[in-house]
Design a protein around this ligand. Structure first.
Ligand code: PRP
Length: 209
């Protein structure tokens, strides 16, 4: 038997979709879909071991070699810049990183812009490239509340359907970058398990066509 491929999957709806793609590519592990609180699943015959981890933690497992490969959003890769290989755009989990503001908000270019976000580095790089002075207010969630309560002028956050913004009377002002799910690999794992990883990639690419 060849070596096991250790795979970190993002917990949740996206992760289940990702597992579907991996299973189609020959790395099935039916036990994974049983409704349980278990976090590690293995199918020795298929040569694969899956872990369910918090989506924002996938890149940490992969960078440190606890997982050989994983699937992470481009948002996380841009924000944390983990030392991993980015192998493939899976074309799922599509959304965008955007600047949003309360409906009717008028920016005063003479004042420092207060930006609430979970993505401080992305926000800093974006406004830095425009030469705009900002004050970052780093939050961990429910970012949309910040401008409503006057904590910030705008937010930098992920927009998928736009429902969250609409329901909080915010609107997109600028799109920073499109986001989607990426297949990532540990740098040395990629060398040692290249055959299995390339077989997986070929299977994933075949489905994308
Ligand atoms: C993201 C983001 C928005 C929402 C956008 O949150 O922060 O709140 O999705 O989606 P929509 O445009 O379809 O309404 P997520 O659910 O990923 O979790 P979070 O609250 O932890 O950021």
């Amino acid at each position: 038997m060849s070596q096991m491929l250790n795979v970190a999957l993002p917990k949740g709806r996206l992760g289940e979709k990702v597992y579907g793609l991996f299973a189609q590519a020959g790395f099935e592990c039916p036990a994974l879909l049983e409704n349980s609180r278990k976090l590690i699943f293995e199918n020795e015959a298929a040569g694969v071991r899956y872990f369910w981890v918090k989506p924002s933690d996938v890149a940490i497992y992969v960078a440190r070699g606890a997982a050989d490969i994983g699937v992470a959003g481009k948002d996380i890769l841009l924000e944390y810049q983990p030392e991993v290989y980015e192998l493939l755009d899976l074309g799922i989990g599509k959304c965008r990183m955007a600047v949003a503001a309360p409906e009717g908000f008028e920016e005063n270019p003479a004042r420092t812009l207060r930006v609430a976000t979970k993505f401080s580095r992305i926000a800093r790089d974006y406004y830095g490239s425009k030469g705009r002075e900002i004050d970052i207010i780093h939050l961990n969630g429910s970012i949309e509340i910040a401008p409503i309560l006057g904590l910030s002028d705008v937010i930098v956050d992920i927009v998928e359907t736009g429902t969250t913004l609409r329901e909080n009377h915010l609107e997109v002002r600028e799109t920073i970058v499109p986001i989607s799910a990426r297949l990532i690999a540990n740098k040395s794992g990629f060398k040692f398990k290249r055959t299995a990883i390339e077989r997986l990639m070929a299977g994933l690419e075949a489905q994308a066509k």
